[in-house]
Design a protein around this ligand. Structure first.
Ligand SMILES: Cc1ncc(COP(=O)(O)O)c(C=O)c1O
Length: 493
């Protein structure tokens, strides 16, 4: 076949690179189909008026990258599968969509840069939930650790790590869990994951075949509901009250898998008292069930003694603990972990290998050094002070501005909730009104939470306070007060 190529001798790109690019385009566009021959190099060189070596170099590269293959002396022939489709390179003219791009607001996505509270159209005074403070990120130390690692060890950049995670990081996580959460786990019970979300997926998939039905606190974390709702198993939503999940409502059926956030229920902020935690463990034992304990923000407890995690009380029998560094260091790291009873570890490691074959080395190594060298503990101490001051400021501002507001879940974590009084507009209406004033407060349905009861009262507003400095918190609450005084507070519910 005759190839129509046009070369630009004035271009900075070499002639052989231009030939390579254009022939590759022709193959990828399907003009030269599988099995068709490239024109002989001598012929093409004559036609293009370039040296034969220039064409040969381009052809060699096409062969080396798998676009064409030599068949003896017969010449070069186009391969059946163009390598680009294997590598999933997206090229403008070839992108095909199978429908309109969905409206982002109709898709319940988790916290990402384009979700409510994310992206470029964030309100200026934004209480989006669970975002750690940008200013407090330990950039200087992080950069130093990264530079040191890159100066010392580059082989890991080109090699695979253990799919369960870097041993140093697993050891550091184990030490932290023992000291801070009373969870006694060895390095070979920990799987490092892409944030807490993947840890939930790993545990869920691990226990899928042992599970006959699912139990989940209601309302719950959207990320957990997305996993549970995507199965064909029966889901039992268990209501939450001021003490968290109502353990007496757990179904007495064997082989359940329960998802729970006992230290700081998401989204209501309730902390489950010890007696109920023990009741929950008894239920798991008696019904031969397993529990996923999502301990997403427990590094931040401001009032009262630290609570032992459920997994610490259970002693590694029925509780699979899920943790994340998204709150304590930064969500952009995408590092989290799951701990599993020893007998499940080999299977969990294999599962993680199947899913992604491990995590990026550099971030794991940096985080391990960050923890081992004591920076993590110092960072947590600093963050606790910063966030406690913000929490105090928000609680005071709300109490000053509104009549005895019912605030819940403020003892720990990065968010609290306000149950709106009777006579106020619904939480969703307040959210929309606040947005007009450049303030971001969120109804449960928008605040990364999910309610299985579509008719649940819409009277809870979520305030994530961790990424707003005190003056901004004061300004936001003043705006809310003016807004609600200015007419909204007596309409609606
Ligand atoms: C309750 C809860 N669990 C788990 C996660 C998982 O976080 P990530 O996947 O960012 O580590 C989050 C994040 O906001 C959360 O709020």
């Amino acid at each position: 076949m005759d190839l129509t190529l046009s070369l630009d001798t004035a271009s900075a790109k070499s002639l052989q690179a231009q030939i390579f690019d254009q022939v590759r385009e022709i193959i990828l566009d399907g003009q030269l189909g599988a099995g068709m021959a490239l024109p002989p190099s001598r012929l093409l060189a004559e036609r293009l008026q370039v040296s034969r070596n220039t064409v040969l170099t381009a052809y060699e590269r096409l062969a080396a990258e798998g676009y064409v293959k030599a068949r003896g002396t017969a010449g070069l022939f186009v391969e059946r599968i163009p390598p680009d489709s294997l590598l999933l390179i997206q090229r403008g003219s070839r992108i095909k969509t199978n429908g309109p791009i969905p409206d982002a607001s109709s898709e319940p996505l988790l916290c990402f840069a384009g979700s409510p509270g994310g992206g470029s159209d964030r309100p200026e005074l934004d209480f989006w939930v669970g975002r750690s403070d940008v200013e407090s990120f330990p950039l200087r130390i992080w950069r130093r650790i990264i530079n040191r690692l890159l100066a010392r060890e580059t082989t890991y950049l080109t090699d695979y790590c253990d799919p369960a995670g870097l041993p140093e990081l697993r050891a550091a996580i184990g030490t932290h869990l023992r000291r801070a959460r009373g969870v006694s786990v060895a390095e070979d019970q920990i799987i490092v994951t892409t944030g807490g979300q993947e840890a939930l997926n790993v545990v869920f998939n691990l226990l899928r075949s042992h599970t006959r039905q699912l139990c989940i606190e209601n309302p719950c974390y959207l990320g957990a509901s997305l996993i549970f709702n995507a199965t064909n198993l029966t889901v039992h939503p268990i209501p939450v009250d001021r003490d968290g999940l109502q353990t007496d409502l757990l179904p007495r059926v064997r082989g359940s898998l329960l998802y729970v956030t006992p230290s700081h229920q998401f989204p209501t902020g309730a902390t489950m008292p010890l007696a109920l935690r023990l009741a929950l463990l008894r239920w798991a034992e008696e019904t031969d069930s397993y529990v996923i304990e999502d301990d997403y923000d427990s590094d931040f407890r401001y009032d009262g003694p630290p609570l032992t995690a459920l997994a610490g009380l259970d002693g590694g029998r029925r509780v699979f603990y899920v943790g994340t560094f998204s709150k304590s260091v930064g969500a952009g790291l995408r590092l989290g972990f799951a701990t599993v009873p020893r007998m499940f570890w080999d299977e969990a490691r294999l599962l993680k290998a199947r899913m992604s074959n491990g995590q990026a080395w550099l971030e794991q190594a940096a985080l391990a050094a960050f923890i081992e060298e004591g920076h993590f503990d110092r960072h947590l101490r600093k963050l606790r002070q910063v966030y406690k001051a913000r929490r105090d400021c928000l609680v005071e501002a709300l109490r000053r501005s509104f009549d005895e507001p019912e605030l819940l879940g403020w003892e720990s974590g990065l968010h609290l909730v306000w149950r709106l009084p009777r006579g106020f507009p619904s939480a969703r209406e307040v959210q929309l009104m606040a947005r007009e004033c450049d303030v971001g407060v969120y109804a449960l349905s928008s605040g990364a939470a999910y309610d299985f009861d579509a008719d649940a009262p819409d009277d809870v507003l979520v305030f994530g306070y961790s990424s707003l400095a005190e003056p901004m918190i004061e300004a936001a609450v003043s705006k809310l007060r003016l807004m609600l005084e200015g007419g909204g507070a007596t309409s609606g519910r």
